[in-house]
Write a protein that binds this ligand. Structure first.
Ligand code: ADP
Ligand code: ASP
Ligand code: MG
Length: 439
C-alpha cells in the first residue's frame, strides 16, 4: 500500500489536478491511499472569513467563488460542495451573532477546506474511470487530543483508521489536516498538517512508502525563496528531516516524520510540476550516506531569554530550577547556551513568556531580546567533518553579522546560530555559498 499526499498547489487548479490523476493512475497497482490538502489559498480564506464573521462581517463569497470556479474548470457540478458551503454560511452567521471566535470554532471552520477538496478530487477520479471515495479523516477514526490548532493523534487512531480505510470502495481520498477529539469536536493538526495526516495514515496501514507531492523537487539545501540557488537533497535521515522541519523549512510539517519512524516507512518528497525528478527520500540512518551538511533552515520571531545569576556557580540543580519555570508555563525552548554565571535560551512562541520572566526574576537578572532569528545548519555526518564550525563562523564574520548565541550539541546533527532578524537572510545566503556552492 502506498500513501500519496497532494499539497494545496498540487490540487489548486485544473492543470495540476490532471497531473494528480495521472500520477494516481500510474500507481494503482500499489493500492494508493490519497491524502489531500485544501485547494491552495482556501485555508487562508476560511481563517480570514471566520475572523471577519466574528467581527460582524460574515461573507462567504470569496470562498464560494474559489470553490465554484475550480469545480467549473473541472466540469463538476457546484452541488458537490453545496452542503459544505451552506454549513459554513450558517457558522459564519453564528459567529457574527456571538461576536467571538474560539479556537474550537476556528478549527471547525478551517476543516472545510479539506472536506471540499477531497470531494472534488474523488469526483474527478471517478469521472476519469478510477473508482474513488472521498473520506473525512475525522469520521474515519483520526482521533486526536483536544488541542485545537495543534492536535496530535491518540494511539487508538491507528487501528480505527486501518479498519475504516480497508472498507472504503475504490481509492480512498482522505482529508489531510483534520481529526476529531474524543468529545467529537473537530481538531486540526496545525498549518501544513496534511503532511502529518499522510504519515499517520501511512503508519495506520503499514504503507510501503509515503509520497508527499508538492511544488518543489524535494527538500532543498535551503528555502528557495531565500536562496534561489538552493538545490534538491537526494537523501535525508529521519533525524535530519525532523530537525529541518522543526527549524523552519516549510516543506514538511514538523511532526511528519514521527509516525514514519515508528514503522520505518520511507517518506519521499516529490514535485507535481516535475513528476520525473527523483525528489528526496527520507528514511532510517542505517546504510544511508547523506552529505556532510544536508541543509540550512531558519526561523524568525525568536526571543532570546538570558538569565544571569551569581548563585549559579557550583550549584547543582540550578538548571533544573530554570527549566522547571519554562515547563510550568508550557513554554518550549529550542537553543540552550550556558556559561558559569549565565544561561541563554531561545523561545519561538512568546505566549507565556511574561510569566516565565517574572518567575525567572526570582533566580537572577533576566533580559529578553526580541527580533532574532534562529539558523540551523543540519547534517548527521557533520560530526565527522573537522573545521566545519570554523567555516561557518568565518562566513558569518565575513558577512559582517553579529552572532547573538550559538549551540552545537553533543550529537552534532545541528549547529544553531541566533542572529538579528534584519540580517538573517544574508547569513543563510553566506552559509549556503560557503557550504554548498564551492567547486
Ligand atoms: P504544499 O502546499 O505542497 O504542502 P508548502 O507550501 O507547504 O507546499 O511547502 C512547499 C514550499 O516550502 C516550497 O514551495 C518552498 O517555498 C518552501 N520551502 C522552505 N524551505 C524549503 C526547503 N528547505 N526545501 C524545499 N522547500 C522549502
Ligand atoms: N490546508 C492546511 C493549511 O493550509 C493544511 C495543509 O495544507 O497541509 O495549512
Ligand atoms: Mg505544506
Amino acid at each position: 500500500m502506498l500513501v500519496m499526499k497532494f499539497g494545496g498547489t498540487s490540487v489548486g487548479d485544473r492543470e495540476r489536478i490532471d497531473t494528480v490523476v495521472a500520477l494516481i493512475r500510474s500507481r494503482l497497482d500499489r493500492k494508493p491511499i490519497v491524502v489531500c490538502s485544501a485547494h491552495s489559498g482556501v485555508t487562508d480564506l476560511l481563517l480570514t472569513g471566520a475572523r471577519r464573521a466574528a467581527a460582524g462581517k460574515p461573507d462567504l463569497d470569496p470562498i464560494r467563488a474559489r470553490e465554484e470556479s475550480l469545480l467549473r474548470d473541472l466540469n463538476l457540478s457546484p452541488q458537490l460542495v453545496a452542503d459544505d458551503l451552506e454549513r459554513l454560511d450558517q457558522m459564519f452567521r453564528g459567529l457574527a451573532l456571538l461576536g467571538e471566535l474560539t479556537p474550537r470554532s476556528l478549527d471547525q471552520v478551517a476543516a472545510f477546506g479539506e472536506r471540499m477538496s477531497v470531494k472534488a478530487i474523488a469526483a474527478v477520479l471517478r469521472k476519469r474511470r478510477i473508482p474513488a471515495t472521498a473520506v473525512d479523516a475525522d469520521e474515519a477514526g483520526l482521533v486526536t487530543d483536544g488541542r485545537f490548532g495543534r492536535a496530535v493523534p491518540l494511539p487508538e487512531a491507528y487501528p480505527l483508521l486501518k479498519r475504516s480505510l480497508a472498507a472504503v470502495k475504490g481509492v480512498p481520498v482522505v482529508t489531510g489536516f483534520i481529526g476529531r477529539d474524543k468529545d467529537g469536536n473537530v481538531t486540526t493538526l496545525g498549518r501544513s498538517g496534511s503532511d502529518y495526516s499522510a504519515t499517520i495514515i501511512g503508519r495506520a496501514v503499514a504503507a510501503e512508502e509515503v509520497e508527499i507531492w508538492t511544488d518543489v523537487s524535494g527538500v532543498l539545501t535551503a528555502d528557495p525563496r531565500v536562496v534561489p540557488k538552493a538545490r534538491p537533497v537526494e537523501a535525508l535521515t529521519y533525524a535530519e528531516a525532523s530537525e529541518l522541519a522543526y527549524y523552519g523549512a516549510k516543506v514538511i510539517h514538523p511532526a511528519t516524520i514521527q509516525p514514519a519512524v515508528e514503522k520505518g516507512i520511507p517518506v519521499r518528497i516529490l514535485n507535481t510540476l516535475a513528476p520525473k525528478a527523483p525528489g528526496t527520500v527520507i528514511g532510517p540512518a542505517k546504510g544511508r550516506r547523506t552529505a556532510r551538511v544536508t541543509s540550512i533552515a531558519s526561523k524568525r520571531g525568536i526571543h532570546l531569554v538570558n538569565v544571569v545569576s551569581g548563585r549559579m556557580l557550583g550549584q547543582p540543580g540550578f538548571m533544573a530550577t530554570v527549566f522547571d519555570v519554562f515547563k510550568r508555563h508550557d513554554v518550549s525552548v529550542d537553543l540552550i547556551a550556558t556559561s558559569e554565571v549565565s544561561i541563554t535560551v531561545s523561545v519561538d512562541d512568546p505566549e507565556g513568556l511574561p510569566r516565565v520572566t517574572a518567575d525567572l526574576g526570582e533566580l537572577g537578572s533576566v533580559t529578553v531580546r526580541e527580533g532574532a532569528s534562529l539558523i540551523a545548519v543540519i547534517g548527521e555526518r557533520m560530526k565527522e567533518a573537522s573545521g566545519l564550525a570554523g567555516q561557518v563562523f568565518t562566513a558569518i564574520g565575513a558577512a559582517g553579522v553579529p552572532v547573538l548565541a550559538i549551540s552545537y550539541g553533543a550529537t552534532k546533527t545541528n549547529l544553531q546560530i541566533v542572529v538579528p532578524t534584519e540580517r538573517d537572510h544574508d547569513v543563510v545566503r553566506a552559509l549556503h555559498a560557503e557550504l554548498f556552492e564551492q567547486p
